[in-house]
Design a protein around this ligand. Structure first.
Ligand code: TYD
Length: 211
């Protein structure tokens, strides 16, 4: 097994329907096959509290203001870090998270217009100032993402709002335009290509870090 000297945290980001969950799954399987001690996780909803929060956010039968909604995502994040991420880093695992803090910047900041500094500050606090080593951004045009999401059954409240998703997508682009820790992947490519591209980049990054 490739022995990591430290845990590695990888976040996968993208809009709804970008294929990031499929990539997260395929990537964790591929890296596991290469004998990495891999953990696949997600935000929101990896831990029990998060599952309850996810229900509250998605059922949409109670009023939630944008600030309250953000704080629910933040509560999920705080629990996720305490219960899953920090212990897994201590165990030197290779962690792949389907969404993380940048989703709040994109959805609640760029999408809902909440204050960026406040989101950033609370995110940092919930994450004990830990930041992902690598972020993979799966880039797809909103029109393609919406088409894919439609094929998956009833549209969630977010997916119905194309204009909102356009702002979120533009937000990801803006956030990532000068970041050296972000790998941008063309999400319109075949699934196999995407996973092999991404796993190669990650394993190369790990080898560079180890040697
Ligand atoms: P996700 O679980 O990725 O979607 P899916 O139901 O397709 O698996 O995310 C659920 C929704 O939550 C998604 O529309 C993005 C949104 N979200 C935020 O708005 N802010 C956040 O901080 C996170 C983590 C997710």
């Amino acid at each position: 097994m490739p022995q990591l000297t430290n845990g590695i945290l990888i976040a996968i980001e993208g809009i709804d329907g970008s294929g990031k969950s499929t990539l997260a799954y395929n990537l964790s399987t591929t890296l596991q096959e290469q004998n990495y001690d891999t953990l696949l996780t997600k935000e929101p909803g990896a831990c029990d509290l998060g599952k309850e929060i996810r229900e509250i956010i998605q059922i949409q039968n109670i009023a939630i203001t944008p600030r309250a909604e953000y704080l629910l995502f933040a509560a999920d994040r705080a629990q996720h870090f305490a219960e899953i991420i920090i212990p897994a880093l201590t165990q030197k695992k290779l962690i792949i998270s389907d969404r993380m803090a940048d989703s709040s910047i994109a959805y609640q900041g760029y999408g809902n217009g909440l204050d960026f500094n406040m989101i950033h500050m609370i995110n940092q606090w919930t994450m004990h100032s830990i930041v992902p080593h690598i972020t993979i951004f799966v880039r797809v045009p909103v029109s393609i993402a919406l088409d894919r999401a439609k094929n998956r059954g009833p549209l969630s409240a977010y997916e119905k709002r194309e204009a909102f998703l356009q702002n979120v997508a533009a937000g990801f682009e803006d956030m990532y335009k000068n970041r050296t820790d972000v790998i941008i992947i063309d999400g319109t490519q075949p699934e196999k290509t995407i996973v092999s591209q991404t796993s190669t980049i990650i394993t190369q990054w790990i080898h560079k870090k180890l040697h």
